[in-house]
Design a protein around this ligand. Structure first.
Ligand SMILES: *Cc1c(COP(=O)(O)O)cnc(C)c1O
Length: 381
């Protein structure tokens, strides 16, 4: 495992909790942008304070830019990325609706579960893990689904799928079908273009490329989908009708539904400000360059990539654990000696694959060199 062991500095504790400055290069959470962290320390505002409502409105406006949409219903939901998935199926699937789900990893698998819980008649289209979604096969799975759902950036495998091509194909056949896209790991990391693609419902999470702590799920709904929403979904907390009355004041005022997580929204507001200041395209390019250098460096270490070539995400790289190497031991040494977190594989690949994230603030060449240098030492290469 290499002769050299670096001991990190002693750990400070506050109220019994260790303050360890980890470099989070796993599948999420990633280290937040400094602007997002700073915003968490600002004095708290009430959730109906006009000053906070201005921040909320601006957050929604900034989200529209990042999503590439004019959708009026674009807002952060309270909860992690999974709450976005839950809200998508809860508000747009009626019992018995046929829901075609493309499954090419863990999160597609989770969509099957969630859509089924809300009464969807799920038709799953299984793909080999590590492969992108095959639009033709998804289309052929059912002649007239009400909803077609797929994951844009499969964090479990490091694969990007062509959601734009899927949405166009679905709507060419049936303009009334809804396309649901999981953009948890793609938003603010790789290009997302909701209106151009014609995606109807999409959700994300703050803890990946948006560079904020976990806790919010940016969400967007097209007009076509809004017309088709359930007037009274079987969930109170995630009822978009009720949430909308607070977020956009659609009842003429701002009606209390649940207390908005004001600190988290302020943090998202700051991160989005940072991203838009840097420039969305520059941010995408920063991710692209970092991912490319990581793949190149892993190759130089003699490691083999897992995701299908040509479909690899820059923000999440999957790499095979070399034969004879204890996957968990390596991750543990990276954590204890380098303060560096990388992820285990998902599902059947838990011990045979590592997942290295370069998301948001971590999509930088210095982070790439850090993880490559640490891996080189730990693996003794
Ligand atoms: C992380 C992730 C989720 C779930 O988000 P949580 O923040 O863990 O709830 C859903 N889909 C994808 C693709 C993800 O990467």
């Amino acid at each position: 495992m290499g002769p050299y062991r670096r001991r990190p500095p002693p750990v400070r504790k506050v109220q019994g909790m260790a303050l360890v400055d980890r470099v989070l290069l796993g599948p999420g959470p990633s280290n937040p942008y400094p602007e997002a962290t700073a915003a968490l320390g600002a004095p708290l505002l009430g959730h109906l304070d006009p000053e906070f409502l201005r921040v909320l409105d601006e957050t929604c406006a900034r989200l529209r830019v990042v999503w590439g949409t004019e959708n009026a219903r674009t807002l952060p939901l309270s909860g992690t990325g999974s709450i976005g998935m839950e809200a998508a199926f809860a508000n747009f699937v009626r019992p018995g609706d046929v829901v075609v789900v493309a499954v090419n990893g863990l999160f597609g698998e989770r969509m099957v579960d969630v859509a089924g819980r809300y009464g969807g008649e799920v038709v799953r289209v299984d793909h080999e893990w590590g492969q992108p979604v095959d639009v033709e096969r998804v289309l052929a799975a059912h002649p007239a689904p009400k909803v077609v759902a797929a994951v844009h950036a499969e964090t479990s495998t490091g694969v990007r799928s062509d959601i734009g091509a899927l949405a166009v194909a679905v709507h060419t056949r049936d303009p009334g079908a809804l396309v649901v896209a999981d953009c948890v790991t793609s938003l603010a990391g790789i290009p997302v273009s909701i209106d151009h693609w014609g995606v109807d419902v999409a959700y994300s999470g703050t803890q990946k490329c948006l560079g904020v702590a976990p806790g919010l799920a940016p969400f967007t709904v097209s007009e076509r989908a809004w017309e088709r929403r359930l007037p009274k979904p079987p969930t109170w907390y995630l009822d978009l009708n009720l949430i909308g009355a607070y977020v956009d004041g659609s009842n003429g005022g701002r009606t209390y539904h649940h207390t908005a997580p004001v600190a988290m929204i302020a943090s998202l507001h700051a991160a989005l400000g940072r991203v838009l200041e840097e420039g969305l395209e520059t941010v995408w390019e920063r991710h692209r360059v970092a991912g490319e250098r990581l793949r190149e460096g892993l190759g130089e270490l003699g490691l083999e990539l897992f995701a299908a070539e040509g479909h690899r995400l820059p923000e999440l790289t999957t790499v095979r654990v070399p034969d004879g190497v204890d996957s968990a031991k390596v991750r543990q040494i990276l954590l204890s000696d380098y303060n560096l977190e990388i992820g285990a594989g998902a599902g059947a690949f838990a011990t045979s694959v590592w997942r290295i994230g370069l998301m948001g603030h971590n999509a930088r060449l210095d982070r790439v060199e850090l993880v490559l240098g640490a891996l080189r030492r730990v693996l003794g290469r």
